[in-house]
Design a binder for this molecule. Structure first.
Ligand code: IPE
Ligand code: IPE
Ligand code: MG
Length: 247
């Protein structure tokens, strides 16, 4: 049986206090491959398989919303070959998730889809429609061509248009108005954001939603990330004292 005490330090994990919404920055694929003398594409392939396992593990632990950072608005800067490889992995994931859906997982792709290839856009729509047909146990937001700044820009543009059309007063623009227009409208904000790979930054992930998220940074590279690491991150979250500006 799986148990949370396999790693170095003892982990005190309370299964009744699991965060409702977890965000994960799936980082470290390239370094994982480099360490093994493999091409970066091998790291992305391995990271994709970690992703599938962790979706299952989050659902198992009772997480209700999982948002994973798969491709940022800045990741287009990478060599074309790497971007193409990631897009091909995405194609395989989307078709596999459609053919063998993870029970009870509703998939929503967040981010700017416009620049994606037409066949990928179609696969996304098919998967989103199919995955909402059965009862939802967990929502899986896949952040793809996602940038927190661009997300806010899109919300602001819509508000500006409404003002211009005379449907909205400037004084009616408040936090709720923006929250209602971001990609995760109607979802709770993430309680916990996990970044593996040893980097201490959020790289444009969930800027608006993450205002009060607990951040957990971990040394492990994403392809090596296991259910034990997930439990360790949640256990760390459970030790935090969330004050939301209060005392
Ligand atoms: C994350 O791993 C995957 C994407 C950004 C698509 P990286 O490719 O950034 O891996 P490192 O950070 O170079 O190790
Ligand atoms: C963040 O990782 C984006 C994803 C994991 C998809 P990056 O590797 O792109 O971030 P930086 O460049 O280290 O900030
Ligand atoms: Mg990286």
């Amino acid at each position: 049986m799986w148990h949370p005490f396999k790693r170095r330090e003892e982990v005190v994990f309370d299964p009744t206090n699991v965060p409702t919404h977890i965000g994960i920055i799936m980082d470290g694929n390239g370094r994982w491959a480099k360490k093994r003398g493999l091409p970066r594409s091998a790291g992305h392939r391995s990271g994709a398989s970690t992703f599938k396992n962790i979706v299952h593990d989050c659902k198992d632990l009772g997480v209700k919303y999982l948002t994973v950072y798969a491709f940022s608005t800045e990741n287009w800067k990478r060599p074309q070959e790497e971007v193409d490889g990631i897009m091909n992995l995405l194609r395989s994931y989307l078709s596999d998730a459609f053919a063998n859906p993870e029970d009870g997982v509703r998939v929503i792709v967040i981010g700017d889809r416009e620049p994606l290839a037409d066949d990928i856009k179609e696969q996304i729509i098919k998967l989103e429609q199919e995955s909402q047909k059965s009862e939802t146990v967990m929502v899986l937001n896949i952040a793809l061509n996602y940038g927190g700044r661009l997300e806010i820009v899109h919300a602001v543009r819509q508000l500006a248009q409404r003002v211009k059309d005379g449907d909205l007063q400037v004084c009616e623009i408040d936090e709720a108005a923006i929250s209602n227009l971001i990609y995760t409208a109607n979802q709770p904000d993430p309680d916990l954001i996990i970044r593996p790979s040893g980097e201490y930054r959020t790289s444009n992930f969930l800027l608006w939603q993450g205002a009060y998220s607990e951040l957990v940074f971990m040394d492990v590279l994403w392809p090596d990330f296991t259910k034990d690491d997930l439990v360790r991150a949640i256990a760390e979250y459970q030790k935090r004292n969330r004050r939301f500006g209060g005392v």
